[in-house]
Design a protein. Structure first.
Length: 548
């Protein structure tokens, strides 16, 4: 360990002041790049804290979160606040303690600042309506894709001189992105209707921020046509499932196709029936009347004579006819209560009026089951058996007018069933693509910095100490330099080779100058490259000459 430290110290001394400063700057730059990359690539994920806020609320929330040491970020639209994942609950509790946010969509916290003294019934009703509107707006904004919402509610009122109560109504304005507005509008209508007492869904109107009407009036999903269509689709799906369960085990899931068309009647029917049972009777009342009558009649008659015409003469009456009668009457009346039953039946279901079924079977599958030598008669018999199986599985009724058709045809090669796409590995990777890219980029940056920066620096610091600036000896340099005699001889040879020519530079000399520069040029180049090393070489030469 001490030798390595000494080696590092000696190498650092040999680098000089300029090189040490450059190494220090490179080290600081590398550490800064790694630090910035780690902070940028490994920054935490943010969750939405509030949306649809006012500018004032955003500023106050930023101040409170900053004082509490909770990191936050503001959305691009400037109306939403985001905090690091895992701190959402803490941030909301802190803001609730401070009474934030105080946007127009305020809920039941409005009652926190309302005193009990001097508060009229009208003010109480208005405050209750505002609180209810704010709570409903918050709930609507929590739906995925809803950016902002505003709710207006007209509560029911009962006046003294009004016979009927005023029904409550509501209107909702939403701002959305990336969702099916019509489906969301229907859900919002039912949400508002369930939150307000006495409010029905058909009294809720939903609009978007552009003024387009999304839902109003009666619910189209509850109309008779929509209900009939939904019942038909349900019946057809159930019958299709019965056919698949019956044929899959025999033919396989990809060797047949079934199509079902059902006509249903969804009319509401009400039946009332009264049944009397004469065998089951009970005496209700008995009335008896008895009458006895006796009648005697006697008549006296005066005979017609002369005496009746004489004055003061009284005629003597004689006995006339006599009669007597006796009548005895007895009457009895009995009232019976006859047992009766009254049945009232209300049917809100449906009935299948007609059904049509078409089934196609893969002929190759039948050939495989029956054998390659199967005759058309055998295939037709097997198709008839399949038709009986389908008829039994679907409850087909020919008297009702149902129709079924089963045919054996050749399927197209590569035909697949109705496969439902499922989320695979690529979808899962796509969901975390951002995190994977950040992690990969950080790893690549660290590897490049370590390989091209720290590794050469560490190798240079841990290398064994060598003579700081050792150069070639004086004899080696002298041998490498061209001698004047050799140059002269070469010149004479060149001149002698060409009689009659004058001494002067030849093309060979120019080529030699280009290939091997003069000693002065090489010395000047050495001085330009490294002055300190050149000075040490010259001092070494001078020391060798003095020693000689």
């Amino acid at each position: 360990m001490p030798e390595q430290i000494q080696s590092i110290i000696s190498n650092l001394r040999g680098f000089g002041v300029k090189r040490l400063a450059m190494l220090a700057g490179i080290a600081v730059l590398v550490m800064g790049v790694i630090g910035i990359a780690s902070v940028y690539l490994n920054r935490p994920a943010y969750d939405t804290l509030y949306v649809g806020l006012d500018r004032a609320d955003v500023n106050q929330i930023g101040l409170v979160l900053g004082e509490a040491g909770i990191g936050f970020d503001v959305g691009a639209d400037g109306t939403s606040v985001l905090v690091p994942a895992g701190t959402t609950a803490q941030a909301r509790m802190l803001l609730a303690e401070k009474g934030l946010p105080t946007s127009a969509n305020a809920g039941y916290e409005l009652f926190d600042n309302v005193g009990s003294l001097g508060l009229t019934s009208f003010m109480q009703q208005i405050t209750r309506a505002r609180a209810l509107e704010g709570e409903i707006a918050r709930t609507i904004q929590s739906i995925s894709g809803i950016k902002a919402a505003r709710v207006h509610i007209v509560m029911s009122e009962r006046a003294n001189f009004r016979r009927d109560d005023q029904q409550p109504s509501a209107s909702v304005v939403i701002r959305y992105a990336g969702i099916d507005a019509e489906k969301s509008a229907m859900s919002i209508r039912h949400l508002v209707a369930a939150a307000v007492p006495g409010l029905s869904a058909d009294k809720v109107t939903v609009l978007d921020s552009s003024g387009n009407l999304l839902a109003a009036g009666d619910d189209p999903s509850n109309t008779s046509a929509a209900r009939t269509l939904g019942v038909e689709q349900t019946v057809e799906a159930q019958i299709g499932d019965n056919i698949r369960r019956a044929l899959t085990a025999y033919l396989g899931p990809d060797n047949f196709r079934a199509s079902v068309k059902a006509e249903v009647n969804t009319d509401t029917r009400q039946t009332e029936e009264t049944i009397f049972d004469p065998n089951s009777r009970v005496e209700r009342s008995v009335q008896s009347v008895r009458a006895n009558e006796n009648n005697n009649q006697k008549q006296a008659s005066t005979p017609a004579s002369v005496e009746q015409n004489l004055p003061e003469t009284q005629a003597t009456a004689t006995d006339g006819p006599q009669s007597s009668s006796q009548n005895d009457r007895r009457e009895e009346i009995t009232n019976y209560e006859i047992n009766s039953k009254k049945i009232a039946t209300v049917s809100n279901g449906y009935s299948v009026t007609k059904m049509s079924i078409a089934v196609v079977v893969n002929q190759q599958r039948l050939m495989t089951i029956l054998g390659k030598d199967a005759t058309p008669e055998q295939i037709a018999k097997r198709v008839a058996d399949i038709q009986k199986m389908v008829t039994s599985a679907t409850g087909l009724d020919e008297k009702r007018g149902d129709v079924i058709d089963v045919s054996a045809v050749e399927f197209i090669d590569g035909l697949e069933g109705e496969a439902i796409p499922q989320a695979g590995m690529l979808d899962s990777i796509g969901q975390h693509a951002g995190t994977l890219i950040n992690a990969g980029a950080f790893i690549v940056v660290v590897f490049l910095v370590a390989f091209f920066g720290l590794r050469p620096m560490a190798s240079a610091l841990t290398a064994k100490a060598t003579p700081a600036l050792s150069g070639p000896s004086f004899d080696d340099v002298q041998r490498s330099l061209p001698m004047p005699e050799a140059t002269a001889v070469a010149d004479n040879v060149a001149v002698g080779a060409l009689p009659g020519s004058r001494p002067g530079p030849t093309p060979l000399d120019d080529l030699r100058q280009k290939i091997r520069p003069a000693p002065q040029d090489r010395l000047a180049r050495m001085v330009d490259l490294n002055e300190e090393r050149t000075a040490q070489i010259l001092r070494k030469w001078a020391a060798q000459e003095v020693a000689v």
